[in-house]
Design a binder for this molecule. Structure first.
Ligand SMILES: Cc1cc2nc3c(=O)[nH]c(=O)nc-3n(C[C@H](O)[C@H](O)[C@H](O)COP(=O)(O)OP(=O)(O)OC[C@H]3O[C@@H](n4cnc5c(N)ncnc54)[C@H](O)[C@@H]3O)c2cc1C
Length: 393
């Protein structure tokens, strides 16, 4: 069957995926003057942080008082609570109205209100948005990606572009462009947001909307406690794996709900994307291992800590965002080249947003300089990032 492909307008940078990393990438690219299009397969922005119900922004600081992550990631943490409740400590600029649950530069936020704010943020930053658009295949000419094929309600379309940023959370574009990748292994997680009579009472007593949502995980903890007996680690290799994962989660939630008084409880939101932590990541020119604590890298393009421990300080190496086998495709967010512990440390919201800003800025600079990702002068990138508020060293 011959399927007609509609040719779409040429753009400078296409960002695939409207999670936190994709939003950061698109805004950074547009701020450098590149004509930027963000493509998202669902109809909502934020990815795991909103429709995946992961509404806790891990810390931007090192746990010992130093802020490591700055720039757009900081803009996003502030945006996440701009129109809703927050529990950002006052020392990190929070309003201090609600009980603080943690004294690091972190907060919980309303996933629904954050998703709305992200649309406004993209508009303010001149990013063109295309929702309900599934990026399928990059069109390759040797090591150059000429653009992307997408599927939409109006059929198959082709978007030509000079640079592409894969912020899909599963590295689909990079993988299909020929960049080597590694599949992640996951414990089972299925988080819902619930509301019970007890919590409603607490909400009305405290007027702290943090008490609206009860985060229930019918799967396992970060370390795997509660992982279904007999089930191996989960690799995302097909839609069948995702279907089994989501239906198991749904069955477990319903089984739990059936045990409760149906008049005293409701489930506020179900996850509308699977809550895998690590689906697939690129194998870049460089790889972050998570053991480089305290090392200041020459090609550092950002700083970050470890959300699980205080006192860790890492540098983001530019070459973890691309593989020079493809000239003009970057990976951003939870798919960057980070292995084992390194992947665990970098896959969270604040670091994902940082990598997005770096990829977006680099993509725009590559266009200005007429060079590939690998040929971009890191010193120039560092200068522009610093001028845009990113802490490099
Ligand atoms: C159970 C669990 C708990 C977690 N807890 C925390 C926590 O407490 N704090 C924290 O900071 N982090 C936490 N994380 C991690 C964090 O939520 C994510 O890693 C982070 O939000 C990833 O952002 P991203 O932009 O890289 O990817 P995603 O959020 O996955 O965004 C990818 C986007 O791309 C879109 N997309 C995918 N493929 C295509 C395509 N082909 N075409 C178009 N669009 C596409 C998706 O729809 C999505 O919107 C948790 C993760 C899990 C699973």
């Amino acid at each position: 069957m011959d399927i007609a492909v509609k040719q779409m307008e040429q753009t400078d940078v296409i960002v695939v995926g409207g999670g936190v990393s994709g939003v950061a990438a698109a805004v950074a690219s547009a701020r450098q003057g590149a004509k930027t299009l963000l493509i998202e397969k669902t109809v909502c922005l934020g990815g795991l942080a909103t429709i995946g119900l992961i509404n806790w922004y891990e810390p931007l600081c090192d746990g010992e008082g130093e802020q490591l992550i700055t720039g757009i990631s900081e803009e996003l943490i502030r945006l996440s609570v701009k129109y809703s409740y927050e529990n950002l400590p006052a020392k990190w600029g929070g309003e201090g109205k609600n009980p603080i649950r943690y004294d690091r530069f972190a907060t919980s936020f309303s996933p629904t209100i954050f998703a709305l704010a992200l649309i406004e943020y993209l508009e303010e930053n001149n990013v063109k948005l295309r929702l309900d658009t599934l990026a399928t295949y990059p069109e390759m000419e040797g090591s150059l990606c000429k653009g992307l094929l997408v599927e939409t309600v109006s059929g198959r379309e082709f978007f030509p572009a000079k640079m592409i940023i894969d912020a899909t959370g599963d590295a689909t574009v990079c993988h299909r462009a020929g960049i080597p990748t590694e599949l992640g292994e996951n414990y089972f997680s299925y988080v819902t947001h619930e509301l019970s009579a007890g919590l409603s009472k607490k909400l009305f007593e405290t007027e702290d909307f943090y008490n609206l949502r009860h985060w229930r995980n019918v799967g396992s903890s970060l370390g795997g406690k509660g992982h279904p007996e007999g089930m191996g680690m989960i690799k995302v290799t097909s839609a069948d794996v995702i279907t089994d994962y989501m239906t198991l989660g749904a069955k477990r939630v319903l089984a739990h709900h059936k045990q409760m008084d149906k008049n005293k409880k409701d489930i506020l939101t179900l996850p509308t994307m699977p809550q895998f932590r690590k689906i697939r990541r690129i194998i870049g020119d460089g790889t972050f291992m998570g053991t480089e604590d305290g090392v200041i890298l020459e090609d550092s393009v950002g700083r970050f800590g470890d959300f699980r421990k205080s006192g860790k300080r890492f540098c983001l190496a530019y070459n973890t965002l691309y593989n020079s086998c493809v000239d003009n495709v970057f990976g951003a967010g939870r798919i960057i080249s980070a292995k084992d512990e390194g992947w665990e440390i970098t896959r969270v919201i604040p670091v994902a947003a940082l990598t997005g800003q770096v990829a977006g800025t680099a993509a725009a600079l590559c266009i200005n300089n007429g060079c590939s990702a690998a040929k971009l002068e890191v010193k120039e990138l560092q200068k522009v990032l610093e001028a845009n508020g990113v802490k490099i060293k």
